[in-house]
Design a protein around this ligand. Structure first.
Ligand code: FNR
Length: 367
């Protein structure tokens, strides 16, 4: 199909399934175990209903905002997903270029197919990028990476904490990974096991001993804001704020880690309540969510419940694999147009006008 026949974010998934190699499709699309959490991530949005306000002048709506000090054109960023070259020969750079067109942030994964420097070099001078860090058992490797990222102008360090052991993505495990290993793996001469799918091939180095003490140590080696990616309870969000982090990403890693972990949107309200109760939001602590963001209304709901912004993973990979930069550009336009439409129909002109009273969360547990 032609690109202009992609009417929503789901359309790209259908095309991607047809164009991707079996290894790539298995790696991108799989979730852990029975994939209950993966499906729940989007389905949870279906339990939240909207309470539209009318007779507001919505001729002009503005979806721009600020994330970790960066002005962006919409409250959405491209999150870190490993191995973009499985889907497109130019890899993560495709995502960099599309992010530039929309003035949004790209989070660079530790396990990028392209080298970290190539992805940074591909960005415009005005463009902001973040780094997703998998912490190496050899802390010196991680330290070097973080210091280098800071030197290259990276604006935020997102430490992934939901993967002390890799989730079992059985679809992926049935495949044999036969591609080049990510640059970071090659450089550090990490062992690559090619018998159990892409994810297991590239993640041998991740340290299961990572704990809060390490977060304190990371604070001492960098001035970049540190955020914890993969928080799944209010308790841990509070601990992150108390540990001096600048924010958290509520995420279950796209349903690829613990099956039956809650969706981010399901816990967002209680996380914000817990942080507010302890006055931990006053210093500009930011809460992001990812997982299952497929519609402009999903973004709206996340903003209403207190998120600063949302991350998208698979939709960007699918659009990249199907249509390259133009595909991701079109995908981002769809998100933006849908968000603007929802805001008009909701009577909200700016993101600040989007309040919790505009969403009905009676079907969310504990509310
Ligand atoms: C991921 N994700 C991920 N997260 C991370 O911290 N480090 C990583 O290397 C990866 N790699 C990765 C690969 C692929 C193929 C996917 C789909 C996901 C998780 C990612 O950052 C994010 O949490 C989810 O993708 C969000 O869910 P959606 O948007 O894919 O539903």
């Amino acid at each position: 199909p032609r690109l202009d026949e992609m009417y929503n974010t789901f359309d790209f998934e259908t095309v991607a399934k047809n164009v991707l190699s079996p290894v790539a499709w298995a790696y991108y699309s799989s979730g852990a175990d029975d994939e209950i959490t993966m499906r729940e991530n989007h389905n949870a949005f279906h339990r939240i209903w909207l309470k539209p306000r009318v007779l507001v002048n919505v001729k002009e709506v503005d979806v721009s905002t600020t994330m970790l000090g960066t002005k962006v054109d919409m409250p959405l960023y491209i999150t870190a997903t490993a191995l973009a070259k499985l889907g497109h020969p130019d890899g993560e750079v495709v995502l960099t270029q599309a992010a530039a067109k929309h003035n949004i942030v790209q989070m660079i994964p530790t396990l990028a197919s392209c080298s970290f420097d190539d992805i940074v070099d591909a960005a415009l001078a005005t463009q902001s990028q973040w780094l997703q860090l998998y912490v190496n058992a050899d802390r010196q490797v991680s330290q070097k990476f973080v210091e280098h990222a800071e030197k290259r102008g990276i604006k935020g360090l997102f430490i992934t904490v939901d993967a002390p052991q890799l989730g079992r993505r059985e679809k992926d495990m049935r495949q044999k990974y036969d591609q080049e290993a990510p640059d970071e793996i090659e450089r550090n001469k990490t062992e690559v096991n090619r018998n159990e799918g892409a994810a297991r091939a590239i993640s041998q180095f991740i340290d299961p001993s990572l704990c809060w003490d390490d977060i304190a140590w990371f604070r001492t080696i960098t001035k970049m804001p540190i955020l914890i990616k993969g928080v799944q309870t209010a308790e841990d969000a509070v601990l992150a704020a108390k540990a001096g982090c600048q924010g958290v990403v509520l995420s279950n890693h796209g349903g690829r880690q613990l099956d039956f972990a809650p969706s981010a949107i399901e816990i967002l309200a209680e996380v914000m309540d817990a942080l507010r109760a302890e006055c931990l939001l006053d210093n500009g602590f930011e809460v992001y969510v990812d997982g299952g963001i497929r519609r402009g209304s999903d973004i709206f709901k996340a903003i209403a419940l207190g998120a600063t912004g949302v991350g998208i993973g698979r939709p960007a990979l699918y659009a990249m694999s199907s249509y390259g930069v133009d595909g991701v550009d079109h995908l981002l336009t769809l998100y933006k147009n849908e968000l603007e439409m929802v805001m008009r129909l909701m009577g909200a002109r700016t993101l600040k006008d989007i309040t919790r009273s505009m969403v009905d969360i009676r079907n969310i547990k504990d509310h």
